[in-house]
Design a protein around this ligand. Structure first.
Ligand code: NDP
Ligand code: ZN
Length: 347
């Protein structure tokens, strides 16, 4: 990202490895919807920032205080890499965040990302995970952001056995929320998407019903309630502020709306308070963020290793070589009908 709206190549000095840190050579990376949004100016007008926060790679350097990793290890890098010495990390929020805002989203947000020949990882012992036998590197790549975010959506929804769950938005994040809802024991799972490719994969992950979304939130509400009138939990992984308001209307009293979608800074949430039971319906609205750190990532890799989730169903496009990065980025920006997630092999 050279400046807002201008994505291309940058030449930068090699990253410096602090005593607790590591430098990795990314071997596969994936662009994320959030990279596209940052490049378009989301949250701050950044300049000269390397994009990318989903990578697996080989360690090429470790700091002298790193004990759990060594040069040559093949590792997965979580997209959220908190400073584990910061006071904020000790306060209860969700796992692996060092501030109350998005400060633990260091790649792209606060420093150069992973779409580079070399990338710096702070506090390697706490922020990296070895890729275990039985897990392919591309499956591990999907565990760096798509899996933790989608599963976090299901976790924040506190899904109980047999509940009816609606997932609005089934891009790669929402599809992982569908898989997470199924793993947590949901009964009926309604997936709301717009394209054949995502609807098909939602069914493979265990969705029981598909609703083709309308961009009109009132129509969307009617479509969902017609399909499933008694909704315990809604996970929002796509759409805009009106979609979030629709989720509040859709969920029944006592239910939870679990949001993992990012909104435009300028957006406001407006909704008729009657949809929130005039303030008395015990409807929780929770907004949550991808958990950080190596330990949670290592647990997700166990889910893959033991066959609970196969996140490689998300990968629709495999590109070869660093030169293919612009094409991958364009794919993620334009979302052609056959795309869920593109990945780029560097070697
Ligand atoms: P995608 O753009 O791939 O998927 C969005 C989904 O929402 C698609 O299914 C899309 O349908 C659907 N959709 C679009 N507009 C509407 C609407 N008006 N009403 C209902 N559904 C709609 O995004 P990703 O899966 O990559 O990411 C989802 C969100 O999660 C993004 O906002 C991303 O920035 C955020 N994110 C959040 C993280 C966190 O920690 N909280 C981490 C990573 C990502 P269609 O197929 O028709 O386009
Ligand atoms: Zn992301």
């Amino acid at each position: 990202m050279r400046k807002v709206g201008d994505v291309g190549w940058l030449d930068k000095p090699e990253p410096q490895c602090g005593p607790l840190d590591a430098v990795i050579r990314p071997t596969i990376v994936a662009p994320c919807t959030s990279d596209v949004r940052v490049a378009a100016g989301w949250a701050a007008p950044r300049t000269d920032r390397i994009l990318g926060h989903e990578a697996v790679g080989e360690i090429v350097q470790v700091g002298e205080l790193v004990t759990r990793f060594k040069v040559g290890n093949l590792v997965a890098v979580p997209c959220v890499t908190p400073d584990w010495l910061a006071p904020g990390v000790q306060r209860p929020r969700t796992v692996g965040h060092d501030t109350e805002e998005e400060g633990s989203f260091k790649f792209v947000g606060y420093k150069d990302g992973v779409m580079a020949e070399l990338a710096h990882v702070n506090q390697a012992d706490a922020n990296l995970a070895l890729i275990p036998d039985g897990v392919t590197p591309e499956a591990a790549l999907m565990a760096t952001d798509m899996m933790p975010t989608g599963l976090r959506g299901a976790e924040a929804a506190d899904i109980q056995f047999g509940e009816t769950v609606v997932v609005i938005g089934i891009g790669p994040v929402g599809l992982m929320a569908v898989a997470g809802a199924v793993l947590r024991g949901a009964g009926r799972v309604v997936a709301v998407g717009g394209r054949d490719v995502t609807c098909k994969v939602a069914l493979e992950y265990g969705a029981t019903d598909i609703v083709r979304h309308s961009s009109d939130a009132d129509e969307l509400t009617a479509q969902i309630l017609q399909c499933a009138p008694d909704v315990d939990k809604v996970i929002v992984a796509g759409g805009d502020a009106a979609t979030l308001a629709a989720a509040v209307r859709i969920v029944k009293p006592g239910g939870i709306v679990s949001n993992i979608n990012f909104y435009d800074q300028a957006a406001s949430l407006t909704m008729p308070l009657v949809d929130w039971g005039l303030g008395m319906a015990d409807k929780d609205i929770r907004g949550t963020f991808c958990p950080g750190g190596g330990a949670q990532l290592a647990r997700l890799l166990q889910l893959i290793k033991h066959g609970r989730i196969d996140p490689t169903k998300l990968i629709t496009h495999r590109l070869q070589g660093m030169d293919a990065l612009p094409e991958a980025f364009d794919l993620m920006s334009q979302k052609p009908p056959d795309l869920i997630k593109p990945i780029v092999y560097f070697d």
